[in-house]
Design a protein around this ligand. Structure first.
Ligand SMILES: NC(=O)c1ccc[n+]([C@@H]2O[C@H](COP(=O)([O-])OP(=O)(O)OC[C@H]3O[C@@H](n4cnc5c(N)ncnc54)[C@H](OP(=O)(O)O)[C@@H]3O)[C@@H](O)[C@H]2O)c1
Length: 276
C-alpha cells in the first residue's frame, strides 16, 4: 500500500481522511502558522489541532492563506473539557469562528474526563453539530474500551468514526486498538514519534538502517502499516518533509515483529483511558 501526504483512508461514515496529518500540539501560534504553511506546501492536507492547543486561529489563517481549496483540507479540532450540552455547542461555534471555517472536518471529545453523564451530554451536542453541518465527522480521543462501550450502549445517533489515542511501538495500546477494530472505529495514532524519546533505541536504529531511512520514518510507517491515521508533529520544515516521506520502503514482517516486541506501555504525556 502506498502512503503519501495525498493518500487517504475511508472512515466508516464514508468520509476520506488523509493517512498522515501534521499534529500541532505544543506549538505557539507563530510556530503553528509557519508549520501548517510548510506542511501544506509539502503536500500535507490533514491538520490536527485542538481548543486546548490555543492555536486554532493560526492554523485557520495558514490554511486560508495557502490558497488550497477548503474541500481539499481535512481539519480536526477537539473539545477541551466535557462540561455541558450548551458549552459544547458554544465551543464548536468558537472553534469555527477562530479558524475562520464554515465547518470542521473532524471534531473530537479530547478526553473521557467528566464522568458518564457529561460524556453523554457532550456527545449529544457533537451529534447535533454533525446533523446541522458544523461538523462533518465526529470522534473521541483517549477513550478506553469501557468509555466507547458506554457511549454505544446508550445508543448514538452518530457513531464515533475515530478514537485518537497514544500508539507507537513502545505503547501499542492493544486492547483499545483491537476493540476499535471490531467496532469499525479508526485509530488515530498520537505521539507517533514517541515525542522524540526513543529515537536512539537500538532496535529502531537497526530497522531504520536496514531500510536506509530515519527512525522517525520507521515510526510513521509502522503506524500506517498497522492501519492507523498518523499525526507526527514537527516545527521544522525539513522534519515535516521527512516524516511524510515514507512511500519508498515497506517494513517487512520480521521487522514488524521486532517492533511489536518493543511495547513497554510508555506514556509520553497523559493517559486518561482509564478515567471514571
Ligand atoms: N489527543 C491527545 O490527547 C493528544 C495527545 C498528544 C498528541 N496529540 C496529537 O498528536 C500529535 C503528535 O504528538 P506529539 O506532538 O505529542 O509528539 P510526536 O509527534 O510523537 O513527537 C514530536 C516531537 O518529535 C520531534 N520530531 C519531529 N520530527 C522529528 C524527526 N524527524 N526526527 C527527530 N525528532 C522529530 C519534535 O520536535 P520538533 O518540533 O522540534 O521537530 C517533537 O519534539 C500532536 O501534535 C497532536 O496533534 C494528541
Amino acid at each position: 500500500m502506498t502512503f503519501t501526504t495525498a493518500s487517504k483512508l475511508t472512515l466508516p461514515n464514508g468520509a476520506a481522511i488523509p493517512h498522515i496529518h501534521l499534529g500541532v500540539y505544543m506549538m505557539t501560534s507563530r510556530e503553528a502558522e509557519r508549520s501548517v504553511t510548510a506542511a501544506l506546501a509539502n503536500g500535507y492536507r490533514g491538520i490536527d489541532s485542538a481548543q486546548w492547543y490555543a492555536n486554532e486561529a493560526a492554523c485557520g489563517a495558514a490554511i486560508g492563506r495557502s490558497g488550497i481549496p477548503r474541500s481539499e483540507i481535512f481539519y480536526t479540532t477537539k473539545l477541551q473539557t466535557n462540561t455541558s450540552y450548551d458549552a459544547t455547542r458554544a465551543a464548536i461555534k468558537t472553534s469555527l469562528k477562530k479558524s475562520g471555517m464554515d465547518y470542521i472536518d473532524l471534531y473530537l471529545l479530547h478526553s473521557p474526563y467528566g464522568g458518564p453523564q457529561k460524556r453523554a451530554e457532550c456527545w449529544r451536542a457533537v451529534e447535533d453539530a454533525v446533523l446541522e453541518g458544523e461538523v462533518k465527522s465526529a470522534g473521541v480521543s483517549n477513550f478506553g474500551v469501557k468509555h466507547i462501550k458506554e457511549l454505544l450502549d446508550r445508543g448514538v445517533r452518530v457513531k464515533p468514526v475515530v478514537n485518537q489515542i497514544e500508539v507507537h511501538p513502545f505503547n501499542q495500546n492493544r486492547e483499545i486498538v483491537e476493540y476499535c477494530k471490531e467496532q469499525g472505529i479508526v485509530i488515530e495514532a498520537y505521539a507517533p514519534l514517541v515525542r522524540g524519546m526513543r529515537m536512539r533505541h537500538p532496535v529502531l536504529r537497526e530497522v531504520a538502517k536496514k531500510y536506509g531511512v530515519t527512525p522517525a520514518q520507521v515510526l510513521v510507517r509502522w503506524g500506517l502499516q498497522m492501519g492507523f491515521v498518523v499525526l507526527p508533529k514537527s516545527t521544522k520544515e525539513q522534519r515535516i518533509k521527512e516524516n511524510a516521506d515514507v512511500a519508498g520502503f515497506e517494513i517487512g514482517e520480521e521487522d514488524m515483529k521486532k517492533l511489536a516486541e518493543l511495547d513497554e506501555g510508555l506514556v509520553t504525556d497523559w493517559d486518561p483511558t482509564d478515567a471514571a
